[in-house]
Write a protein that binds this ligand. Structure first.
Ligand code: F6R
Length: 617
């Protein structure tokens, strides 16, 4: 959702900001804008639509300056219009501000500010904040205690905000100062050589520097050309820690791929390898994790695990439930984070809470984590983004090390989450009943995943051909049993989010209890059948679909004895250990969804209405 890029340094700011915005496009947005501090005052350009449009518009504008702020907006308050796009300049012309998040008390602010003579030209909550900063600025004496009048005014204004914000602020009187602040919406400071950036995430700054300060909630930073100072909205003297970003520029670039989603699908042998690196015991019989912050003895005392997340990460929780119950014999519950945080669920004393989140910033997942901690539970996180809010606030956890995921539809992050779930099942299993020998077998199986995934990726052309034959359909069902049920849900979600085709995932047996009414020649079903206890049952479900003239695309494991001519299309995946089949079965449906979306001419990496990191409730 919304992206912020701010810059102060030696370079001409316009191209720096536009390049940063381009790199934040994946977060999802519907309008964009830029404000540059020039000798003639702020030069502001805004537009609805893409950053490419903004680049064209600003091409004619000199916009000479080395300080500026910019924004991609995902509409919350007020429609997608140029007036509502950021930056918002206060009605006295002094303050320019960009904002991520939601200011819940903006109506009260607006009423107050109107009485004071400030005027409004947009429907946004953000404009109330730019005017509120201007109001405090007008009241402030020139400078106090080494802090500029601007710094103090922003700090004072933010004390009145109810809601969430990440902001970047400039003032016409301060050509050498950029202010940033956050609460609930991520904001980082890139620390370069004689230059600084403010950004919503690291992808906007990796081309400039790998040194970064992750601001915490309530922190306000004043950045000058020769250094920066961090305070909170109420207290001075915050010590800012400079971290190193581990991602590099190539990670965040397309290379030879037409879309990030395809690049990330093909990244999976490497991202899965990275999820495992250094995480097996020397005797090769179990997994090990450095950051759980729990001793084996403490983990032995857990008698229930609650997994919570949103969207695709919630599907990963369902896979974790299956794997942990199967291999570690610990009861697992799965909850949507948005439900858990407000449901006031009674939890058993010995419950361990796990959140799963690629971005580490999803607001509902963060809310669920905080709620669990408030109730006194240990809450751990499986997350991809180092330094993210959830990574910092959790009591411990496991990093995915999948590299940046830029495609809005999650692919490599999902498989790395379910890989980690399998490793966790192994680890917890070995702390309980799983034998050394079974542990060794499972470790070997996990290590073979990247090669198996490569073999499935080799079938991309074949899957593309299937996609061409089915891309015109308006409805799809995805059906699987046991660990394949969450993969069915994930397949349906992938297809609908990037191709806008209506798709539903169900446990295969549930089909008879309603969805079977949808079956016709016009509604194909994607089935999953793996060797093991249930494949005959899946075959029966397929036959029920065929009997109603439904078309079937079947993803099955190599040795699963599927009757000939049962399905209209088959995609065969390697026969492997049960624990890794969810990862393997995911790859074909990622490719299928991708190619169907491409066939339909959809903007795969920027699907309509979607945001990569959902930082509003
Ligand atoms: C779907 C997708 C979303 C995210 C969800 C949670 O492809 O990407 O459903 O999985 O918004 O995001 P994170 O994992 O960042 O918490």
């Amino acid at each position: 959702m919304c992206g912020i890029v701010g810059y102060i340094g030696k370079q001409t700011v316009k191209p720096v900001l536009l390049e940063g915005l381009k790199r934040l496009e994946y977060r999802g947005y519907d309008s964009a804008g830029i404000a540059v501090f020039t000798e003639e005052g702020f030069k502001v350009t805004k537009t609805t639509g893409r950053v490419a449009g903004l680049t064209r518009l600003t091409a004619r504008e000199p916009m000479k300056g080395t300080l500026g702020i910019s924004h991609t907006r995902w509409a919350t308050h007020g429609g997608v219009t140029e007036a509502n796009a950021h930056p918002h300049v206060s009605s006295d012309g002094k303050i320019a501000l960009v904002h991520n998040g939601v200011i819940e008390n903006y109506n009260d602010m607006k009423r107050f500010l109107k009485e004071k003579g400030y005027t409004f030209s947009s429907e946004t909550d953000t404009e109330a904040l730019s005017n509120l900063v201007a109001y405090h600025y007008a009241k402030e004496p020139p400078a106090t205690n080494g802090k500029s009048r601007l710094f103090i005014a922003v700090r004072k204004a933010l004390r009145h905000v109810e809601g969430t914000y990440g902001v970047a602020v400039m003032c016409t009187d301060y050509p050498d100062e950029l202010i940033g602040a956050r609460k609930g919406s991520p904001l980082i400071v890139g620390v370069g050589q004689g230059e600084y950036l403010l950004a919503s995430d690291v992808s906007a700054i990796v081309t400039h520097t790998s040194n970064v300060v992750y601001l915490k909630d309530d922190e306000v930073v004043s950045i000058k050309r020769d250094g920066f100072q961090v305070v909170t909205t109420n207290e001075d003297g915050v010590e800012a820690k400079i971290d190193k970003i581990s991602w590099n520029v190539e990670d965040a670039e397309l290379g030879d791929f037409p879309h990030f989603m395809l690049k990330e699908i093909f990244d999976q042998p490497a991202s899965l390898e990275n999820a495992m690196r250094g995480r097996f015991s020397d005797d090769g019989s179990t997994a090990k994790f450095g950051g759980l912050n729990m001793t084996p003895r403490e983990l032995r005392q857990i008698d229930r695990i609650l997994f919570t997340a949103c969207g695709t990460a919630w599907h990963a929780c369902l896979v974790a439930e299956y794997l942990i119950e199967r291999f570690a014999r610990i009861p697992v519950e799965v909850e949507y984070a948005s439900e858990f945080r407000y449901r006031n669920a009674p939890l058993d004393k010995n419950t361990l809470v796990f959140v799963i989140t690629q971005s580490g910033e999803t607001i509902d997942t963060l809310g669920a984590l905080r709620e669990a901690q408030r109730k006194g539970y240990k809450a751990l996180a499986i997350t991809n983004v180092v330094g993210s809010t959830i990574a910092r606030e959790s009591d411990g956890g496991i990093y995915q090390h999948a590299g940046p995921e830029i495609g809005v539809a999650s692919t490599k992050a999902f498989t790395s989450q379910i890989m980690i779930a399998a490793m966790l099942a192994l680890y917890l299993g070995r702390l309980r009943d799983m034998s050394f020998a079974d542990g060794v077998v499972m470790v070997q199986a996990l290590k073979s995943v990247p090669d198996y995934v490569r073999k499935i990726l080799d079938q991309a052309d074949r899957i593309h051909a299937i996609a061409k034959r089915y891309a015109h359909h308006a409805d799809f069902l995805f059906l699987g049993r046991q660990a394949m049920f969450p993969i069915a849900l994930e397949g349906a979600l992938k297809l609908k989010e990037i191709s806008y085709i209506h798709a539903e995932g169900y446990p295969a047996a549930e089909m008879k209890h309603g969805p079977i009414a949808l079956i016709s020649e016009e509604c194909p079903s994607v089935f999953f059948a793996m060797s093991g206890e249930n494949w005959q049952k899946v075959v029966s479900n397929i036959q029920e679909v065929k009997a109603r003239k439904g078309k079937v695309i079947l993803v099955h494991s190599e040795e699963c004895p599927i009757p000939e001519d049962l399905a209209d299309e088959t995609i065969v995946i390697p026969e492997a250990h049960e624990s890794i089949m969810p990862v393997l079965a995911t790859i074909p449906v990622q490719l299928l969804s991708y190619y169907i979306a491409v066939e339909r001419g959809c903007d795969v990496d920027k699907p309509r209405n979607l945001a990569k990191s959902v930082t509003v409730e």
